[in-house]
Write a new protein. Structure first.
Length: 224
C-alpha cells in the first residue's frame, strides 16, 4: 500500500538537554523523503524547558499531558496526530523515536522501504559510545557483533502502519515495555514485520532513564 503521510511521534519527559538535537535530526530525515510528514511531540509531566524547545519548531504539533506513563503518552500522540491528517490509516505510516535520541538522515527512508512490503518496522538503537565509561564501552562492543540488535524492540526506532496499529489497539498504558508488547501483539495476529540494523538511531548513554528497566538500566547493567 502506498504511504501518503508519515506521522513521527516523540514522547518527552524533561528532556531539555536532548530534545532540540532530536527534532533537528528528524527535520533532516524528513527533508530526505518525498512523502509529506507530521511530527507530534507529547510532553508528559515536563517541568523544565522541553515545552519551550518543542514549540520553537514551527512545524511540530505539541501535546501536553500529565500521564507519567510512556505507553499512554505514545498513544495520545498517535491519536492527536491522526486527527490532523486526511489519508486513510492504511496509507499512514507511524514512526516512533525518543526525545533523548537522534535519528540518522536516512531513517525515514528505511521506514518507507519497510512499509512497501510490511506492516511494521523494528529498527536498531545504539548508545553514544563516547558517553559510556571504558568498561561499559568494551562490554557493549564485545556483545554487539553484526546482527546482535536484531530481535530487540526499541521505541526509539519503531514503525507501524496506522491501520495495523489501530487493529491491535495501539500502545497499552505500560510504564515500560510498551514497545515490546505492541510488536508482540502485531506478530500474534499475523502482521508482517521487517527488522533492520541499517541506519540505527543513536540514543543517550545515560545510566538513569525515565522508564524503569528501560535502555538506561540495560546500559547500567553492562558493568556487571
Amino acid at each position: 500500500m502506498t504511504v501518503e503521510r508519515v506521522l513521527i511521534v516523540v514522547p518527552a519527559r524533561d528532556e531539555e538537554t536532548t530534545l532540540r538535537g532530536c527534532l533537528e535530526s528528524i527535520a533532516t530525515a524528513r527533508a530526505a523523503i518525498d512523502v509529506p510528514s507530521t511530527v507530534v511531540v507529547v510532553l508528559d509531566a515536563c517541568t523544565e524547558r522541553s515545552e519551550e524547545i518543542a514549540r520553537g519548531f514551527d512545524d511540530v504539533l505539541v501535546v501536553d499531558r500529565d500521564h507519567r506513563n510512556v505507553g499512554r503518552s505514545r498513544h495520545d500522540a498517535v491519536c492527536s496526530g491522526l486527527s490532523t491528517i486526511e489519508p486513510h490509516p492504511s496509507r499512514v505510516w507511524i514512526a516512533f523515536t525518543d526525545a533523548d535520541s537522534a535519528v540518522p538522515p536516512l531513517w525515514l527512508h528505511e521506514h518507507l522501504a519497510a512499509a512497501a512490503g510490511s506492516d511494521a518496522y523494528v529498527g536498531a538503537v545504539v548508545p553514544r559510545l563516547a558517553e559510556l565509561d571504558a568498561q561499559r564501552r568494551r562490554s557493549w562492543l564485545g556483545s554487539h557483533p553484526p546482527g546482535a540488535t536484531l530481535g530487540h524492540v526499541h521505541g526509539a526506532s519503531l514503525g507501524v502502519r496506522a491501520d495495523a496499529y489501530g487493529h491491535v489497539g495501539g500502545f497499552l498504558p505500560l510504564d515500560v515495555g510498551e514497545d515490546v508488547d505492541l510488536v508482540a501483539r502485531l506478530r500474534a495476529v499475523g502482521f508482517l514485520i521487517t527488522e533492520s540494523e541499517r541506519h540505527p538511531v543513536i540514543t543517550t548513554g545515560r545510566l538513569t532513564g525515565r522508564a524503569p528497566a528501560g535502555y538506561a538500566a540495560y546500559l547500567h547493567d553492562l558493568a556487571m
